[in-house]
Design a protein around this ligand. Structure first.
Ligand SMILES: [Ca+2]
Ligand SMILES: [Ca+2]
Ligand SMILES: [Ca+2]
Ligand SMILES: [Ca+2]
Length: 265
């Protein structure tokens, strides 16, 4: 409040407020003719856009020469929780090799919250959409947002995982943001080929014709791609009178071979 001890035209005549977007002055006159000004909010404030508003209030009298006095007004905008934590993407995808050691860091979650203080402090958790199996396989640190391997991962058992992560702020009325993480497991050659003799004729007669079937052998390898392809060979094949013939069957890494008599015994 400004006080001008002069009277009549020389007393306080008006108030002026420096130009600003959010406030205006409402000048009131008391019954004794003295004036006072109210600072009124004209449009909503957004702390995330501007934290402090600085204005200058000038009081001018009606004298000649005109005299004025000024005062600074500083308005500090307090935060309300009006921003939800946000991830930079809605879906993340990660490749992870099977048998990765327990504790391996696969992802560091980082959600941003434009508010301040507890309104911007974020905790992370798996949502209910994340399967029990996935939650047993991966851990999520609530405060750092680190996702690590918690249990052995076998590509032959599960080839991908889906996680749904929520970031929630610590405000009294919390807001949250979600994202999805897809983990694709890559195969490692961790399975030996398995040989099964499906039929075998242990004795053959001399002069049996070329092409006589001696054995059917099944070979399989649980791995994928080149890790699951199998080459079957006979030890010392060059001095033995037998050959393999591959008979394709239904599964990619499973085929049957026949041992044939190649030359006369
Ligand atoms: Ca805010
Ligand atoms: Ca917030
Ligand atoms: Ca494998
Ligand atoms: Ca293999």
């Amino acid at each position: 409040c400004f006080i001008d001890l002069d009277v009549g035209d020389n007393s306080l005549r008006s108030y002026l407020l420096s130009v600003n977007e959010h406030f205006f002055l409402d000048i009131q006159t008391r019954s004794d003719g003295s004036k006072f000004a109210e600072l009124i909010l004209e449009s909503p404030l957004d702390r995330e856009q501007q934290k402090t508003h600085l204005m200058v209030l000038t009081a001018v009298d009606g004298g000649s020469p005109e005299r004025s006095g000024t005062a600074s007004i500083v308005v500090q905008v307090l935060d309300t929780n009006d921003n939800a934590p946000q991830f930079d993407r809605q879906v993340y995808s990660v490749d992870l090799i099977e048998n990765a050691p327990i504790g391996t860091l696969i992802m560091q979650m980082n959600a941003t919250d434009l508010d301040e203080g507890v309104n911007a402090e974020v905790t992370y958790s798996f949502t209910l959409y994340t399967s029990e199996k996935t939650q047993e396989t991966f851990s999520l640190d609530p405060s750092s947002g680190e996702i690590r391997v918690k249990d052995m991962i076998d590509f032959e058992e599960v080839k991908s995982f889906e996680m749904y992560v929520e970031a929630k702020d610590k405000a009294v009325n919390p807001l949250s943001g979600q994202c999805k993480i897809l983990v694709f497991i890559t195969d490692l050659n961790d399975n030996h080929p398995e040989i099964t003799i499906k039929s075998f004729q242990s004795s053959i007669k001399e002069n049996d014709p070329v092409g006589t079937l001696i054995a059917i052998i099944g070979v399989s390898d649980r791995d994928s791609g080149d890790n699951g392809k199998v080459v079957l060979s006979i030890h010392n094949a060059e001095i033995l009178p037998f050959h393999f013939y591959q008979v394709p069957v239904f599964r990619f890494s499973d085929f049957t071979l026949m041992v044939m008599k190649g030359t006369c015994l």
